[in-house]
Design a protein around this ligand. Structure first.
Ligand code: ADP
Length: 646
């Protein structure tokens, strides 16, 4: 085994690799761009090397600097993670030329699978079923149009260098072909610098099922399948293992085809063979076709780890260090069911736009695997993928695993940036998905109901108001937060809309909120405010916001600038009330005296601490309603101010 490895990546995958390396006693070297100097992966690694500016091209894609950093720190091998340089054969060759080990396949294997057209041709020769279509060299538009006609509409145009769903266009009719080709090419040129395309038959009721393979250069096994059919615009959203409805015959046929693909290129390390499956009549062994092979660890590898109990990163390290495959095919277990949901900083109502922001708060459900590269206080920067975490749930059955996923999503707390949490939560509770009716069109068909804004229950708003105004610490702990005035206006803002309420404090820890014509009784419990007999969710107050972590997702409110409130306080008769029950230690003003905002009016003692009550505005003392030495209740009126000219 290696003594020390360098991880040529960032974020959750770097953190994930460090965890296994540490368990195996392998020292780790992190690399980081200037934007990631304080990142979690840097903090967790044994050593860290800065490699350049925030742009990936200046840092994580700088093969030369990565190799230099490995040599300088004495690392023996480089783990590429996924993305960045993980499937770059030139990088593999440079790593090996420097006398280091690349933790992954050979440059030749990556090259063989690098372009979709060449990979398909290779697979067809190896006897692996490929999607019917055209993947030849002639790229003349007329020829491609002719081929599309032969394949039969609808067809899918795909960039041969494609990835991440880019450069793909579904074409329904021959008359739309030329325009679709032009736009697919333009996208491919920008994204990959290669505008060649192939044409595939559009598979009906398509399901994306991929097989995890593992090779040691001479032998290969598979670790069963993952179903990644829950997609939005050809991008995976929730993945699971095994595939719903999988039969032993189909699994054997797919596994065998995938292993044949891996053996055909002498594969070493972790890889994924992606198949498209026609799910219109259940899963049938003659209805799956090779799409492409990813010659790296996949984002969704944790679901395979959950159902096999195998640490895929450990296998990667062992195989790269020269060990044979740790288990034979028939020794690889398959236990229960697992799901992974990708939690992103993105604005779902705005069309899933990537978002940025500082994570004011981040907490995952107890007992759930959450692979993340960020923690509370970190920024989701515009430089990289805005993934916050992968939430992974495992259970003995599909239903129990899905239920755990749904609960885990409901219990996930994120504040400071918008996220797709509510969208994921609704997907996890989608009846069709729960019934196993998965195909790549599910999200698009139900997009409206999966993304429509949910009404915010008044209990949620009330809990936010109570926390913003009174805090959420139970009375003996709260110190001297403001339990008064007895009755006051409270305002919050949500999505640009003003929310006005009346807050009535009845006693410490007991209040009522009048909101939109209803009155809600509230009680402060150790877990926070209970409103109308239930806990709407944990509430967190940050500087200018209150967040309620409700089951439907995080509901965030802005706290308006307190100086906007002057007029209303004056409208309440200028009363200063005791914020808590206590002893009046001192009355500092007399009737008729002029006071300025901030002047000391009275001192209340409670729990052996003194609390100074100050004037909230300029004015004249109209009434003094207590004497020093008196015991008062919370909310008792102490002093009344009036306007100077009043
Ligand atoms: P990329 O490499 O850009 O991710 P893929 O070839 O992996 O592209 O395809 C991405 C997704 O597009 C698949 O998961 C599937 O949902 C859909 N897809 C691909 N090929 C077909 C096809 N022939 N018919 C229907 N859907 C397809």
């Amino acid at each position: 085994m290696f003594r020390k490895i360098l991880i040529a990546n960032r974020g959750e995958i770097a953190v994930r690799i460090i965890a296994t390396a540490r368990r195996l006693g392998v020292a780790t070297v992190a690399v980081h761009s200037d934007a990631d100097a304080d990142a979690l992966h840097v903090a967790l690694a044994d050593e860290a090397v800065p490699i350049g500016g925030p742009q990936p091209a200046d840092s994580y894609l700088r093969g030369d600097r990565l190799i230099e950093a490995a040599l300088a720190t004495g690392a023996e091998a480089i783990h590429p993670g996924y993305g960045f340089l993980s499937e770059n054969p030139g990088f593999v060759e440079a790593v090996e030329a420097a006398g280091l080990t690349f933790i992954g396949p050979s440059a030749a294997a990556i090259r063989a699978m690098g372009l979709k057209d060449a990979a398909k041709a290779l697979m067809a020769r190896a006897g692996v079923p490929v999607v019917p279509g055209y993947h030849g060299e002639d790229q003349e538009p007329e020829h491609l149009a002719l081929m599309a006609g032969d394949v039969g509409y609808p067809v899918l145009i795909k960039a041969v260098a494609g990835g991440g769903g880019k450069g793909m266009r579904r074409v329904e009719r021959a008359e739309d072909f030329t325009a679709a080709l032009a736009s697919a090419r333009a996208e491919a040129r920008t994204a990959f610098g290669n505008e060649d395309v192939l044409i595939e038959k559009w598979i009906d009721c398509p399901r994306h099922i991929e097989v995890q393979v593992f090779g040691d250069g001479s032998d290969a096994v598979h670790l069963y399948e993952r179903d990644c059919s829950l997609q939005r615009r050809h991008q995976k959203v929730i993945e699971e293992a095994p595939a719903p409805g999988m039969t032993p015959e189909m699994r054997a046929a797919m596994g065998e085809a995938a292993v044949r693909a891996a053996r055909a290129i002498g594969y070493r390390g972790a890889g994924t063979v992606e198949f498209i499956v026609d799910g219109s009549e259940g899963l049938r062994p003659d209805r799956f076709w090779f799409m492409e092979m990813n010659t790296r660890l996949q984002v969704e590898h944790p679901v395979t780890e959950a159902v096999t109990g195998i640490d895929l990163v450990e296998w990667q390290l062992r195989v790269a260090a020269g060990e044979p495959l740790p288990l034979a095919q028939d020794e690889i277990p398959l236990m229960g069911h697992a799901f992974e949901a990708r939690l992103y900083a993105e604005d779902v109502p705005a069309g899933f736009l990537p978002a940025t922001g500082r994570l004011d708060h981040l907490r995952f459900a107890d007992g759930i695997r959450a692979d993340t590269g960020v923690r509370t206080g970190d920024r989701i920067s515009p430089w990289y993928d805005p993934m916050i975490a992968k939430i992974v749930a495992h259970g003995p059955s599909r239903a129990s695993a899905l239920n755990r996923l749904a609960r885990a999503l409901e219990e996930t707390e994120v504040a400071g940036t918008v996220t797709n949490l509510a969208f994921l939560g609704r997907l996890a509770r989608h009846p069709g998905f729960a019934a196993g009716e998965v195909d790549t069109g599910l999200i698009a068909r139900d997009l409206a109901s999966l993304t429509e804004p949910v009404a915010v229950a008044p209990e949620i708003t009330a809990a936010a108001i109570l926390t913003a105004e009174l805090g959420d610490m139970a009375p003996p702990l709260q110190g001297f937060s403001l339990w008064g005035p007895l009755r006051r206006h409270a305002r919050l803002r949500r999505d640009g809309e003003e929310i006005a309420a009346m807050l009535i404090v009845e006693a410490p820890g007991r209040a009522r909120v009048e909101l939109g014509g209803v009155t809600l009784a509230a009680r402060l419990c150790p877990e926070g405010w209970e409103v109308a007999g239930r806990h709407p969710g944990r509430v967190l107050r940050t500087d200018a916001q209150v967040h309620v972590f409700a089951r439907q997702g995080t509901v965030s409110f802005e706290i308006p600038d307190p100086f906007d409130r002057g007029g209303e306080e004056a409208g309440q008769g200028g009363l200063t009330l005791s914020p808590m029950p206590g002893l009046v230690r001192e009355v500092a003003v007399r009737v008729g005296e002029h006071v300025a905002k901030g002047d000391r009016l009275a001192v209340i003692e409670a729990m052996k601490m003194e609390h100074v009550l100050a004037a909230s505005r300029d004015g004249r003392v109209a009434e003094v309603l207590v004497e020093a030495g008196a015991q008062v209740e919370a909310g008792a009126a102490l002093v009344r101010l009036e306007d100077e000219d009043g």
